[in-house]
Design a protein around this ligand. Structure first.
Ligand code: URA
Length: 432
C-alpha cells in the first residue's frame, strides 16, 4: 500500500478502508511514514471529514498503537473528565482532587496546550518540581495512596495520538470532529477508566464554534465510549469568553488554589460543581445531582479538597508549599493594565483571541518545541455583562517583555464595551 493513495482517497472525498487506516496510523507511529504525508492526510480528513465507521476504526487503531492500563485492582468506580480544550480552562486541576476527596478514584490523563488553548499538564508544570510523566506503577500507587493523579499519557499509552496531536497543532488541523474524537477517546479508553465526563466547549474560544458542531462532537465522543462499555456523558459548556479570571500557566494554578480555598470565580466554580456532581453520581456516591453538589461544596468549605490537592502535588514530586504561597511559582516582571475607554458594559471578550494573546506572551507554543514561560498571561477584572467606567482596569497583562503593544492591540480589538450585553449561559446542555 502507498501512503499517496491513502491521501488520494480522502482528498477525493472517499471512505478509507480499515486497512488504509491501520496502514497510516501504524506506519506513522513506527516512523515509516514522514510528517509531510501525514500532514497532507490530516488536512484531507479535516476538509472531507470521516464517516462514523472510519472515526471508530481510527480511534481503535490509535488505542491499539500502544498499551492499555488495567486499573481493575484499584478499588471503586474510576471516573475521569476530559475537556475538548478552552481558554482559561483549568477545570481539571481543582476538580480531580475535589472529586477524589469524597473517595472516588480519579485517574486523569491530560494533554498539553493545543492551538490557542492551554493544557492541564503545562499548567501543572508551573508548580516547582511537579512531574506529569510518571511510570504506570507510580500512577497506580498514587491512585491507591492519594486517590487522584493528573499525568501525561504514561509510557506507551496511545503513542499514535502523541505524534498526531503534535502535528495537528502546527498544521491547523485541530478543529475536526473525527480527529478530536480519535485523539480523546483513544487515550481515554486506554487509560482504563470506568466512567468519563466530557466537557465539550462551544463558542469562539472552542475548537467547535457552533452549538450544532459541539453537540455532534459530544455525540461522537459519548457514542465511542459507550461502544466499549464505558459510562460516558458530555456537558456542553460555553467558551465565548475565557473561563474564570486567569489565563496563563502559573496564574491558572493560583486560581485553582483560590477556588479550593473557597475564593474561586463564580463561573469556574459552577462548572467544577456541575461536572463534579455528574462524576459523583456516576461513581454511585450520591443518588442525585443536588446531593452530589452539596457534598462537593462541603468538601471545599471544610478544606478537605485543598488538602487532597496538596497531597497530589507532593505525590507527583511538587513543592506542596505552593498551596500556602502561590507566589513561589514563576512571576512576571511587568504588569500592564488594559483600561476601559468609556462607560458602559462589557459586551464581548473573545476567548480565542485572549488565548492567542497569552500565547504571544510566551504562555503557549507557536511551534512544536517552544519552551513555555509559566509566569505570563492575563488576569481579568471584568467579564461579559460587567459594568465599567472609563479608566477602569478590564484586565492586566503579565509579561516578561516590556513592550507588549502587539498584545495590547490584539486584546483591545477583541473586547467591546456597549450599552447592553447579551448574558452568556455557561452550561448549554447535557448529552448522554
Ligand atoms: N484534547 C485532546 O486530547 N485531543 C484533541 O484533539 C483536542 C482536545
Amino acid at each position: 500500500m502507498r501512503m499517496v493513495d491513502v491521501i488520494d482517497t480522502k482528498r477525493n472525498g472517499g471512505e478509507l478502508t480499515t486497512e488504509q487506516i491501520e496502514f497510516f496510523i501504524n506506519g506513522y507511529t513506527k516512523g515509516d511514514i514522514p510528517d509531510y504525508q501525514v500532514s497532507a492526510l490530516l488536512m484531507a480528513i479535516y476538509l472531507k471529514g470521516m464517516t462514523k465507521q472510519e472515526t471508530a476504526t481510527m480511534t481503535m487503531t490509535m488505542l491499539h498503537s500502544g498499551d492499555q492500563l488495567d486499573l481493575s485492582d484499584i478499588h471503586g468506580v474510576k471516573v475521569d473528565k476530559h475537556s475538548t480544550g478552552g481558554v482559561g480552562d483549568k477545570t481539571s486541576i481543582p476538580l480531580a482532587p475535589l472529586v477524589a476527596s469524597v473517595g472516588i478514584p480519579v485517574p486523569m490523563i491530560s494533554g498539553r496546550g493545543l492551538g490557542h488553548t492551554g493544557g492541564t499538564l503545562d499548567k501543572l508544570e508551573a508548580i516547582p518540581g511537579l512531574k506529569v510523566e510518571i511510570s504506570e506503577a507510580s500512577f497506580k500507587q498514587q491512585l491507591r495512596d492519594v486517590g487522584c493523579a493528573i499525568v501525561g499519557a504514561t509510557g506507551n499509552i496511545a503513542p499514535a495520538d502523541k505524534k498526531i496531536y503534535a502535528l495537528r497543532d502546527v498544521t491547523d488541523t485541530v478543529d475536526s470532529i473525527p480527529l478530536i474524537a480519535g485523539s480523546i477517546m483513544s487515550k481515554k479508553i486506554a487509560s482504563g477508566t470506568d466512567a468519563l465526563v466530557l466537557d465539550v466547549k462551544t463558542g469562539s474560544g472552542a475548537f467547535m464554534k457552533t452549538e450544532a458542531d459541539s453537540v455532534a462532537l459530544a455525540k461522537e465522543l459519548v457514542g465511542i465510549g459507550k461502544s466499549v462499555g464505558m459510562n460516558a456523558m458530555a456537558v456542553i459548556s460555553d467558551m465565548n469568553q475565557p473561563l474564570g479570571n486567569a489565563i496563563g500557566n502559573a496564574l491558572e494554578i493560583e486560581e485553582s488554589i483560590a477556588l479550593l480555598k473557597g475564593n474561586g470565580p463564580a463561573d469556574l466554580l459552577d462548572l467544577v460543581l456541575t461536572i463534579g456532581s455528574q462524576m459523583v453520581v456516576m461513581a454511585n456516591k450520591a443518588t442525585d445531582l443536588d446531593a452530589a453538589r452539596k457534598m462537593l461544596q462541603q468538601h471545599i468549605d471544610d478544606g478537605s479538597a485543598l488538602t487532597k490537592f496538596k497531597e497530589m502535588i507532593i505525590a507527583q514530586g511538587g513543592d506542596g508549599r505552593v498551596i500556602e504561597n502561590p507566589a513561589m511559582m514563576p512571576q512576571a516582571t511587568y504588569q500592564m493594565p488594559i483600561l476601559a475607554a468609556r462607560d458602559g458594559v462589557i459586551t464581548k471578550m473573545k476567548a480565542d483571541e485572549m488565548g492567542i494573546a497569552a500565547m504571544m506572551l510566551g504562555g503557549g507554543r507557536q511551534k512544536k518545541d517552544d519552551q513555555l514561560d509559566y509566569a505570563v498571561g492575563l488576569t481579568l477584572s471584568k467579564k461579559v455583562g460587567d459594568e465599567v467606567h472609563q479608566g477602569d482596569t478590564i484586565l492586566t497583562i503579565h509579561s516578561n517583555r516590556e513592550d507588549v503593544s502587539d498584545v495590547q492591540q490584539l486584546i483591545e480589538a477583541n473586547i467591546a464595551i456597549g450599552d447592553e450585553a447579551q448574558p452568556l449561559t455557561l452550561i448549554h446542555e447535557v448529552v448522554d
